[in-house]
Design a protein around this ligand. Structure first.
Ligand SMILES: Cc1cc2nc3c(=O)[nH]c(=O)nc-3n(C[C@H](O)[C@H](O)[C@H](O)COP(=O)(O)OP(=O)(O)OC[C@H]3O[C@@H](n4cnc5c(N)ncnc54)[C@H](O)[C@@H]3O)c2cc1C
Length: 469
């Protein structure tokens, strides 16, 4: 039986990987890329999977780093992006860095020469016609304006963002709860709350003044020319708020009202930083209202001045960038299809993941879901204990959506161990002693990685059996 092709829009990291996965499953693909007929503001070539900035896929350590683990899982799932990355790697210590031109040329060549893949060049300017029943949209952070407008019409304009406004996220177990405490402002319970939903970090006057000085002096990243300056009230970077007056933060995201430090109930804190639960697992907390353009090194240094965060481990640091992406936890189903129009599936950075490898990983899984659908199999989602499953889960529901004024709560995210279900059992050294500190952190990561690769193998065999049935 001749299968109808799956349409893919965009031959970046995600679209290229999705096309490969489909073709390797025996499903024909039409892959449409607008470059070079219509350029983006940052791509420089007409090659597929062009790396627009750094040439690094980051850490290649599959035991101690979540992106290294994602590399390994993708290799085991027959990833084209990883195969071409490995074939064209350049020396970079523990990172996997690639010769960007040779890498992109290899991806382009492999896709062009696959008999099941038809390449078309041209901009897709609106929603695909109704007779295209299985489409993957992988047009990335710089989706062309005409297509973005059409997507905005189906999703609702408020659900498609054109800038991110990223506040840092901290691993819950790195917050010093001897200094911080749980409480919601005025103990308000709110929908689904307990009255003690936020972690509060208090500051006295001297600590606040020193913190404002550090913010003002901190080195910031500028906007690129094509980005413009996307400030709007409700989403100002904290350092810009601090520039507007030394008291601004105390009357904004750091206001101390309605909160009482249980260790010192008679003394009013001068300012308070609040962190809110970010994922259903409760392993990650975001710093409320702390979107920032400070450089990453500066963020780690300055935010560790906050009492309770001295040893904070950051799952994500803050930023503000031009970026087109969906409010995916609300809009997409578990297999990345738009609930309002299930013939459209999204992949890559437009779903709210961040980074080359994560975008390719979500392309990989979108390609597999689309292939299963075309071949009439039930798509099996990867377990959330795997890196690819944890990332997918975050995008399609693991993140806790909060609706408040200001930037919306779902913001782009790299893969990290905070997205994985925790390891419950106590970790012990070879001589049976309970591990602590750094040794415990390393052992936890190792245990999570081992569990991920075991569960990935199990999922692969279940997926194979389901396809054969
Ligand atoms: C300025 C900038 C710098 C970045 N630096 C890094 C970095 O250093 N490291 C990192 O890991 N990540 C970085 N990122 C993020 C990175 O771009 C993405 O993670 C990754 O490229 C996204 O992959 P993607 O496949 O979703 O999108 P892309 O790789 O951007 O691919 C999307 C493709 O769709 C095409 N397209 C768009 N609209 C249409 C249309 N209407 N019709 C047809 N084709 C269309 C585009 O031409 C493009 O080829 C950066 C992003 C930006 C914007």
């Amino acid at each position: 039986m001749k299968l109808r092709p799956v349409q893919i829009i965009g031959a970046g990291l995600a679209g290229s990987e999705a096309a490969w996965q489909l073709a390797m499953a025996g499903v024909p693909v039409v892959l449409t890329e607008m470059r070079p007929l219509r350029p983006t503001e940052v791509h420089k070539t007409d090659g597929f999977a062009e790396l627009v900035c750094s040439n690094s896929f980051r850490s290649d350590d599959a035991q101690g780093n979540a992106v290294g683990l994602l590399h390994e899982e993708m290799r085991r799932l027959g990833s084209l992006i990883m195969a071409c990355g490995d074939a064209h790697k350049v020396p970079a210590g523990g990172a996997l860095a690639v010769d960007r031109d040779a890498f992109s040329a290899a991806v382009t060549e492999r896709l062009k020469s696959h008999p099941l893949i038809e390449i078309r060049r041209g901009e897709v300017e609106g929603l695909p016609p109704d007779d295209q029943d299985n489409v993957i949209i992988a047009t990335g952070p710089l989706t062309s304006p005409a297509l973005a407008a059409a997507i905005g019409e189906v999703t609702g304009q408020a659900s498609l963002a054109f800038f991110d406004a990223i506040a840092p996220i901290v691993h819950r177990d790195s917050i010093d709860m001897d200094k911080a405490w749980f409480q919601s402002r005025y103990d308000k319970v709110g929908p689904g709350g307990t009255g003690a939903d936020y972690i509060n970090c208090p500051m006295n006057r001297d600590e606040y003044e020193a913190f404002v000085d550090a913010l003002l002096a901190g080195d910031k990243v500028g906007f690129k020319e094509f980005e413009g300056t996307p400030y709007f009230d409700g989403c100002l970077p904290i350092e810009v708020m601090a520039e507007r007056g030394r008291e601004t933060l105390r009357f904004g995201p750091m206001k101390p009202v309605g909160l009482t430090n249980p260790r010192d109930p008679t003394v009013k804190s001068h300012a308070i930083v609040q962190l809110r639960q970010d994922n259903a697992l409760g392993t990650l907390y975001n710093m409320v209202g702390f979107q920032t353009k400070l450089r990453h090194g500066e963020q780690s240094r300055v935010f560790k001045m906050i009492p309770g965060l001295e040893n904070a481990e950051f799952a994500r640091l803050g930023g503000l960038h031009r970026n087109t992406y969906l409010n995916s936890p609300v809009l997409l189903d578990g297999t990345l299809r738009l609930k309002a129009m299930p013939r459209l599936r999204f992949a890559g950075q437009i779903t709210g993941c961040e980074g080359y490898v994560e975008s390719a990983g979500i392309g990989l899984i979108a390609g597999r879901f689309a292939a299963a659908e075309r071949l009439g199999h039930a798509p099996l989602t990867p377990p959330p204990t795997t890196a690819i499953g944890a990332l997918l889960n975050h995008i399609t529901g693991g993140h806790l959506v909060t609706e408040e004024a200001g930037p919306r709560s779902f913001q782009p995210m790299n893969v990290n161990f905070g997205l994985f279900p925790p390891i419950e059992e106590a970790l012990k050294s070879e001589d049976g002693k309970r591990l602590r500190g750094n040794d415990k952190t390393l052992a936890k990561k190792k245990a999570m990685s081992a569990r991920a690769l075991r569960d990935l193998a199990d999922w692969q065999s279940r997926a194979k059996a389901s396809a054969a049935a």
